[in-house]
Design a protein around this ligand. Structure first.
Ligand code: GLN
Length: 382
């Protein structure tokens, strides 16, 4: 048997915890996906487009109508005019877009800066390209970038910095001022950005998402990734996109065309049609998810968990030291699932070196009111 190219990779924590939830019959607030359906008109459109014969390969860059809708949305949300033909690429999921961007740039020996806790798909993609991740912990308890550490970590081998805002698993947001600070720090250096913005429309309490798309200087050296799965409550459709300046898009497309060639055709037709008919969907998302966050947090107020409300994403972190300070978060997530019927995600698995005494688990509140009430009842009973 050959030596593994990914010796440290096992089955993802999302799969493990979803499986444990299914085995034990626990409420599954672990893996991030809604337990409700996307808009009916969107779902019906897929069937219609399949019946209408939209079943062969889409163009490798994505259906023009969908790329135009993405460009129009970017104009409305961030004020940037992007060229739908040369700057927008539709991919089978944000995961594939992230993978392609990394393969496009990274060569053996290159360093990639990631911030821990870090979404799990970045590092294996970097390693497969022969690169090496430099892990910088976000500050506690607010999950912000430590600018001194970032500045100290930059070397002549640094080729890429991966940003994720709104952040999974903490929900923390990068501010516009921080993007400016980043621009100051990397000006004149030969390095690029990969900005994972899949939760771009899930920002609360009146905050604005500071997108790299809205930052003229940073955008010139960035791939910006998003996911229709998050925005339209259809994670199983695995359809996303990447936006980058023409030269960066052209290089990414060389990789994308041989990883998958194109995204799923009828889904792209349906998304294009729905985005044109219902542009207000994205504007309604912050209030829609904020109501879920607030309901969940209010229901958890009498519990022994402590927390501050997530600023963005559809994840809420809960601190549990008052309940089982003897358990690390992996053991705690298992205990909560088996003994109390609520599955969550431990966050230490997203660290190279988890902070000592980390006592946080992540719960997904992209759930029906009924699910959130049942989960809160169980969590308050502990
Ligand atoms: N992004 C989802 C989460 O954070 C999981 C997606 C997956 O299972 N790969 O829960």
């Amino acid at each position: 048997m050959f030596a593994s190219k990914l010796p440290n990779v096992g089955t993802t924590i999302f799969t493990q915890m979803s499986q444990l939830a299914a085995e034990t019959g626990a409420l599954n607030l672990s893996q991030g996906f809604p337990d409700f359906d996307g808009p009916q008109a969107l779902r019906e459109a897929v069937g219609r487009h399949i019946a209408a014969g939209h079943n062969q390969y889409a163009p490798l860059t994505g259906l023009p109508a969908l790329r135009q809708q993405v460009a129009a949305k970017i104009k409305r949300s961030y004020g940037r005019t992007v060229d739908a033909d040369s700057e927008v690429t539709i991919t089978p999921g944000a995961t594939q877009a992230l993978f392609c961007a990394i393969q496009t740039l990274i060569r053996p020996g290159d360093e990639v800066i990631v911030f821990d806790p870090c979404y799990d798909s970045y590092e294996p993609a970097v390693n497969l390209a022969g690169g090496h991740c430099v892990h910088l912990p976000l500050t506690q308890p607010d999950f912000a970038i430590d600018w001194q550490r970032l500045s100290d970590a930059l070397t002549s081998r640094t080729r890429l910095i991966i940003l994720n805002s709104p952040h999974n698993p903490s929900g923390a947001l990068i501010s516009r001022a921080e993007l400016d600070q980043l621009a100051d720090l990397i000006r004149g250096r030969d390095l690029y950005l990969l900005s994972d913005e899949v939760y771009e429309h899930l920002v609360f309490d009146g905050a604005q998402h500071a997108s790299v798309l809205a930052h003229e200087e940073l955008y010139q050296r960035a791939w910006v990734v998003s996911s229709f799965g998050k925005t339209y409550h259809v994670t199983g459709w695995k359809t996303g996109y990447v936006v980058a300046p023409p030269a960066l898009s052209a290089e990414l497309r060389k990789v994308h065309q041989y990883v998958s060639f194109c995204g799923v055709t009828p889904l792209q037709w349906a998304l294009a049609e729905f985005m044109a008919a219902c542009p207000e969907h994205v504007e309604q998302l912050p209030a829609f998810y904020q109501a879920k966050r607030d309901l969940f947090c209010e229901l958890l107020t009498p519990s022994q968990f402590s927390f501050s409300r997530a600023a963005g994403s559809y994840f809420q972190l809960l601190e549990y030291s008052a309940i089982r300070n003897d358990l690390d978060d992996v053991a705690m997530a298992e205990w909560l699932t088996r003994e109390h019927g609520v599955a969550s995600i431990p966050i230490s698995v997203f660290y190279q070196a988890p902070p000592k005494d980390l006592r946080l688990v992540r719960l997904c509140f992209a759930k029906r009111e009924d699910t959130l009430r049942q989960a809160a009842l169980k969590l308050c009973a502990i």
